[in-house]
Design a protein around this ligand. Structure first.
Ligand SMILES: [Zn+2]
Length: 298
């Protein structure tokens, strides 16, 4: 059993002590809400995410959300606004976040934090799984522009940092898909619109700091982290990365102080002999695990 799954199933809702209202602890929140989207924007990140991601799609009992802060979208008691920049960052790049509908209802989301740091007209979130010319003429126009990029890893994807050195047209718009690995893959491959912009990926040494969610490998970044790295490259300003990551670090440190567990990546668990499940019998899955253990890009 996946450690994540184990943690979830072993904590039955009935274990909650009487009188403790639902969703009162971050731990509870995490269990219901899921985590971030491992935005598909880092190279070699097409790991065996499906089995992990599947957990986030399990039906959860509907629960009333606590009142949310209007700026950071966190519950008011754990508002992260003190960690956000006083004013939205000055950037010239436009971000389009294509968000899988399941992501919108997760409690621990990183996109609202990202949006809260950026000017409204520079960060647009579009929710859905299928996009077409007819349904979304605005997005369609964006995808057809020669200065639009889509951040999605793969053999076809150029390294963003190298790409901007050679490109005659400087990119002004970046599309990022926000969803689990399998959701992002579905959105990317099933919408022909997203094949139109130049495909790029990030080669970064940044390890995900979103440690309260299991990622397939240490190099899988959350949507917020992808956006932070991409923007600091495009805007040629490393402070952007620092500023955007501050609320994420605060979120993780708060969750950890309140009982959340650090979730080591599957890659780390495998390499250190800590993987708690028997190796899969399915040959394809076994091959993926072996590649992950040897850190071969898959
Ligand atoms: Zn707030």
């Amino acid at each position: 059993m996946d450690p994540q799954e184990e943690a979830r199933t072993s904590r039955d809702p009935l274990e909650r002590s009487p009188g403790v209202p639902k969703s009162q602890t971050p731990d509870e929140e995490e269990r219901r809400g899921g985590g971030t989207a491992p935005a598909a924007a880092v190279l070699d990140a097409e790991a065996d995410g499906a089995s992990v991601d599947g957990l986030w799609e399990l039906p959860v009992e509907p629960a009333k959300r606590r009142p949310e802060c209007s700026r950071c979208s966190r519950p008011q008691k754990v508002c992260l606004c003190p960690y956000l920049p006083a004013h939205p960052l000055h950037i010239s790049t436009h971000l389009y976040i294509i968000q899988h509908p399941a992501e919108e209802n997760k409690v621990l989301r990183t996109v609202p934090l990202l949006a809260a740091c950026l000017p409204q007209d520079k960060c647009k979130v579009k929710i859905g799984r299928r996009f077409s010319e007819e349904k979304d003429p605005e997005l369609s126009t964006i995808c057809r522009k020669s200065d639009t990029l889509i951040l999605y890893p793969g053999a076809e994807a150029a390294n963003l940092e190298e790409f901007i050195l050679d490109s005659p047209i400087y990119p002004t718009t970046v599309i990022i898909i926000d969803g689990t690995w399998s959701q992002a893959k579905d959105i990317f491959y099933k919408n022909s619109l997203f094949r139109l912009p130049k495909q790029v990926q990030l080669k970064t040494s940044l390890s995900s700091q979103y440690v309260i969610r299991t990622q397939p490998t240490n190099r899988c970044l959350s949507t917020l982290e992808c956006a932070a790295v991409a923007l600091s490259i495009l805007e040629k300003n490393n402070c952007i990365q620092e500023t955007l990551l501050r609320p994420l670090q605060a979120l993780c440190s708060f969750q950890l102080q309140h009982g959340a567990q650090i979730r080591l990546s599957k890659e780390h668990l495998l390499k250190n002999g800590l993987y708690p499940k028997p190796m899969p019998k399915n040959k394809r899955k076994l091959r993926k695990m072996e590649l992950l253990m040897n850190s071969i890009k898959i």
